[in-house]
Design a protein around this ligand. Structure first.
Ligand code: NAD
Length: 267
């Protein structure tokens, strides 16, 4: 008996990386999963993978910046399986063309800023807007956002991305506060550096090594390690956890800034 037996879930940005791992993990725990992505064929492939492994999934093409497409994505779960218990708002800006251009604030275009906010912040808001009424009808549900440790600290680039994820953590607390008494929990997972297709494009081997030297774990993160936490938060085992932004970062933010240099200095 899986921890999500009988649950109905929607995962956005589920054609790749963390979203793909989350959809597969939740299905393996017994959930029926709507695998949503703006890349419709990629979503279909992940759904096929789940179904071939004996699970239950359907792929849906949905761009989270579009309210019509988000509504249709949520309706797919309700029409096919009768309701919704879990929403994993995972889709985020990971393309080099957008987050890669998020560099100097004095060069920031309104279009880039608005696009990053539209995917990373408006998308989860639209997901919640259309999912919550269905969850309320079932007496509750669990919403998990994929945020980022970039929400908590500054960097030399990614100001729009970091601000959008900080906003997402704040929005999560509002959802948890407004609907907690009606049985809805909302939490965010904040990954460190997770080696997904996007991370491999963004960071060359030197950068990956630098990030690894600041992790306390032997390796950087894997999508499946984040998916484990998402599936826990989605399940009733996390019934006393809500309103949180939870680091899933291999200890990236839990040591003194001198840690990596000190290790190279030896005893
Ligand atoms: N990989 C990391 O190191 C890392 C760290 C912190 C946070 N995150 C967050 O994790 C989430 C997933 O990232 P990933 O690393 O798995 O990336 P990924 O590129 O492997 O997957 C992202 C998926 O989202 C989809 N997507 C992008 N824009 C979309 C939109 N508007 N509507 C629907 N789908 C859309 C893409 O098609 C892709 O399938 C993102 O929110 C990202 O910000 C990733």
């Amino acid at each position: 008996m899986g921890t999500l037996e009988g649950k109905i879930a929607v995962v956005t940005g589920a054609a790749s990386g963390i979203g793909r791992a989350s959809a597969i993990k939740m299905a393996s725990e017994g959930a029926r999963v709507v695998v949503a992505d703006r890349n419709g064929s990629g979503a279909g492939s992940v759904a096929d993978f789940i179904n071939e492994a004996g699970g239950f999934a359907v792929g849906v093409q949905a761009d989270v910046t579009s309210e019509d497409q988000v509504r249709r994505m949520i309706d797919t779960a309700v029409d096919k399986w009768g309701g919704l218990d879990v929403l994993h708002n995972n889709a985020g800006t990971t393309d080099v063309a957008d987050v890669g251009a998020d560099t100097d604030i004095t060069e920031m275009t309104i279009e880039l800023w608005d696009y990053i906010m539209a995917v990373n912040l408006r998308g989860p808001m639209l997901g919640c807007k259309h999912a919550i009424p269905h969850m309320l009808r079932r007496g509750g549900g669990s919403i998990v956002q994929t945020s980022s440790m970039s929400a908590f600290a500054g960097d030399l680039r990614y100001a729009a991305y970091g601000a959008s994820k900080g906003g997402l953590n704040s929005f999560t607390r509002y959802v948890a506060t407004m609907y907690g008494k009606q049985g809805i929990r909302a939490n965010a997972v904040c990954p460190g550096v997770v080696v997904t297709p996007a991370a491999r494009v963004h960071f060359d081997p030197v950068m990956l090594e630098l990030y690894e030297s600041h992790h306390l774990t032997p390796q950087l993160g894997a999508p499946e390690q984040v998916a484990e936490v998402v599936a826990f938060l989605a399940s009733d085992a996390a019934s006393y956890v809500t309103g949180q932004a939870i680091p899933v970062d291999g200890g990236l933010f839990s040591h003194l800034p001198t840690y990596a240099q000190m290790r190279t200095m030896g005893d």
